[in-house]
Design a protein around this ligand. Structure first.
Ligand SMILES: Cc1cc2nc3c(=O)[nH]c(=O)nc-3n(C[C@H](O)[C@H](O)[C@H](O)COP(=O)(O)O)c2cc1C
Length: 126
């Protein structure tokens, strides 16, 4: 059972600016960061990223390694969530993504972050 994102992170999410940065690691621990803008909070309160163009990111998620999401608010506060991505290309989480992700992109799947830690700057929130 994954932990719940703190309300402060959800509130900040609603005030975020620009694309988020999602970082994954490969089997050797080498990090890989991408920008993502086709993103949303799922019905159960987790951060989801539509897989439209994942390449290394998809490979890294399939290894099940640790991951991080970084975003910034309009008020210039940064939020980082660490955990692991769960990937779905069918089923309820995938169907939910189809309701918010623009169909002009491929929408191959969805990566949903199961949070373990959350930070505002260096302040730990979860
Ligand atoms: C501003 C911006 C937003 C992006 N949003 C997404 C997105 O929501 N979903 C996605 O699959 N790729 C998105 N991309 C593409 C990824 O950043 C990245 O190029 C892609 O995942 C391939 O990189 P990888 O091989 O490291 O996974 C976006 C790129 C930019 C520049």
């Amino acid at each position: 059972m994954s932990k719940k994102l703190p309300q402060e992170v959800i509130s900040a999410w609603n005030d975020r600016e620009g694309p988020l940065v999602a970082t994954t690691v490969d089997a050797a621990g080498v990090p890989n960061s991408i920008y993502a803008s086709i993103v949303n909070i799922t019905a159960d309160g987790r951060i989801a990223v539509a897989d439209n163009y994942f390449n290394k990111t998809a490979a890294n998620i399939s290894h099940g390694g640790q991951a991080a999401i970084l975003f910034i608010t309009k008020g210039r506060k940064s939020y980082q969530i660490k955990g692991r991505f769960e990937y779905r290309s069918a089923g309820p989480l995938y169907e939910e993504m189809l309701t918010w992700a623009d169909p002009k992109h491929p929408r191959k799947g969805v990566a949903v972050m199961n949070p373990e830690e959350a930070y505002c700057g260096s302040e730990r929130l979860l």
